[in-house]
Design a protein around this ligand. Structure first.
Ligand SMILES: *Cc1c(COP(=O)(O)O)cnc(C)c1O
Length: 340
């Protein structure tokens, strides 16, 4: 499916576009874990998230005859495709529904892509993206269910194992499973004993439910602090489902309150700004759901593209309302802040 050789090849392909990120110890979380707890900082990628790796591998693997690329993501995948296409000097059209907020549209445009507004749902945007493939000869790039995208995300696993071959556990935010599948393919090929655990929010956990059911299932989408983890895995999933089913040692679900707390912790203890999706590994440790670990742990801190009005509310311990849900504020401090 996706072999170690594909991931090494991806590394060569994306070199110079993607940053080889550092894995830094968190003194506070290491004390809590009773072992080295390391943060792999994908937040410092030029688009603020790891998705540039997969997008760059897909974009730079296309033949010279390529006419351009398209996708329908409003989030980090759209940013990754836009950035990679500009780096290669080809056209990118990112399709979005009319419900997408102007800030997201502006963000994608600032990275050099064209934005096409189509319909009033994600499905309409995807249909437009596929239509552009037919009519304008563009190539669609999937956010997670594509072998080149998965191999690109897998380069994170290679780097982590090179830096710390003694890793006992790798904690990976889980949505469509391109990230977790790619990392697991790399990590397990290097050391089958290193555990790879997928972590996601407890509501709308598509991959977790699908693994439990034995086949891809649809889940209702609910607003979450981990908005980058929302969405399904596709009922016709070709690759990422089987990879996650076969290679992940476990999946863990965390609550909105636990994600809120973990975002505060990363900010106050490690001075790192993260989006909710990034903080789920830390939430698994802090909530006790990870359980006992017998050696060094790496958490993939997958991105920092958080709505800053939400982030500052969390830092200040205020309530956050998302759709129908309100997450009660919690003040951070009192014996929990070190090195201030
Ligand atoms: C997309 C994304 C994920 C999840 O990656 P999948 O390949 O869909 O599982 C995690 N964190 C961030 C910040 C993301 O943008």
């Amino acid at each position: 499916m996706v072999a170690l050789a594909d991931i090494f090849k991806a590394r060569d392909t994306i070199e110079g576009v993607v940053i080889r990120t550092p894995m830094v110890p968190s003194p506070f979380l290491s004390e809590l874990a009773g072992t080295d707890f390391l943060l792999k900082l994908e937040t410092i990628q030029p688009i603020g998230a790891f998705k540039l790796r997969g997008a760059a591998n897909a974009v730079f693997s296309l033949p010279d005859s390529v006419k351009g690329v398209t996708c329908c993501s409003t989030g980090n995948h759209g940013r990754g495709v836009a950035y990679a296409a500009r780096a290669r000097g080809i056209r990118a059209i990112v399709c979005m529904s009319s419900l997408v907020p102007q800030t997201k549209i502006d963000g994608i445009r600032a990275l050099g892509a064209q934005v096409r507004i189509a319909g009033a749902s994600q499905d309409d945007a995807l249909a437009e993206s596929l239509r552009l493939c037919e009519t304008e000869g563009l190539t669609e790039i999937s956010p997670f269910d594509d072998p080149l995208v998965i191999a690109g995300q897998g380069t994170i696993g290679l780097e982590a194992m090179e830096d710390r071959p003694d890793l006992d556990t790798v904690l990976v935010p889980l949505s469509g499973g391109g990230l977790a599948g790619g990392i697991a393919a790399a990590v397990k090929a290097v050391n089958p004993k290193t555990r790879v655990i997928g972590i996601t929010m407890d509501r709308g956990a598509a991959m977790h439910e699908s693994i439990a059911a034995g086949h891809p299932v649809e889940v209702a989408e609910v607003a979450s602090l981990a908005d980058s983890l929302g969405g399904g895995i596709g009922l016709d999933n070709r690759l990422s489902f089987a990879l996650c089913r076969d290679l992940l040692d476990d999946t863990i679900l965390v609550t909105e309150e636990e994600i809120y707390r973990a975002m505060q912790t990363l900010y106050y203890e490690d001075r790192i700004v993260t989006e909710g999706a990034s903080a789920v590994g830390v939430a698994a440790l802090q909530s006790g759901k990870l359980g006992k670990v017998s050696g060094p742990v790496a958490a993939i801190i997958s991105g920092r593209n958080v709505d800053m009005s939400v982030f500052t509310r969390i830092v200040n311990g205020q309530d956050v309302t998302l759709g129908e849900t309100t997450i009660r504020g919690q003040t951070y401090g009192k014996g929990e802040t070190r090195g201030a």
